[in-house]
Write a protein that binds this ligand. Sequence first.
Ligand SMILES: C[S@@+](CC[C@H](N)C(=O)[O-])C[C@H]1O[C@@H](n2cnc3c(N)ncnc32)[C@H](O)[C@@H]1O
Length: 255
Amino acid sequence: MEETSVHEIDFTLINEFFTELERQGPGSAQESIRALGFINHLTSNAKIADLGCGTGYQTFVLAQNTEASITALDLSTSSIDKLNKKAVHLGLQNRVKGIVGSMDSLPFQKEEFDLIWSEGAIANIGFEKGLNYWKDFLKKDAYIAITYESWFTQERPMEIEKWWKDAVPEINTIGHNVSIMQKTGYIPVATFILPETCWTDHYFVPQKARQVEFLKKHAGNKTAEDMIAFLRREEDLYAKYKQYYGYVFYIGKKL
Ligand SMILES: C[S@@+](CC[C@H](N)C(=O)[O-])C[C@H]1O[C@@H](n2cnc3c(N)ncnc32)[C@H](O)[C@@H]1O
């Protein structure tokens, strides 16, 4: 049987599924705070952009652990609506603003930001392209902190190689990605692998009940059923091959 490719998944459906969850990708507050620990000077004058923010789980971690103002950007209108409502609810609306937009066409000034943050989203425009394009929006000596799917080993079993090459054709090893960072004009400050719990406890487990409810709502809808089958396969493959890949935090400083 032919497997569904990530590129065949309907954006509206995936968006409907994920906006009801706290996170839309692997990660955790603890690991975002760990990455923040490598970055200096995020005082009340500092500006952060969070690109591909989803409903803003990590945006609020940044808001609660720095004094900076944060602009959070995502293609999904429903995610941004949710983020802005949460900002009001938490009394952070003066420092956190969500805007709808695409991360490859940013509505910002050159050298506007002290930090560009992006968890689980840069693959949508490409690692090298994103690093190159986003650099212009950073001040000199400002930071970038992103998580990105990466290989841990030089060789991988064919099944998992094929899956990831389809999802993220540019996927590569940590060493290669660090060299891309260097090539695109950043000093590599730190890299670390997100622990397994970022995938299991914070990504796969919260999906379980949502998948059941979603299938009930979309009963008989083949596109929705294929999408849930894809997400379940993603979890099975992770359990089988997690020693070969994962998300890596890449932290760099603009030269
Ligand atoms: C895997 S989710 C990660 C969301 C969030 N950062 C997190 O870690 O929970 C990827 C996000 O990127 C957004 N996205 C995809 N393509 C985009 C683009 N071209 N510009 C802005 N956001 C985009 C999606 O709408 C989605 O919210």
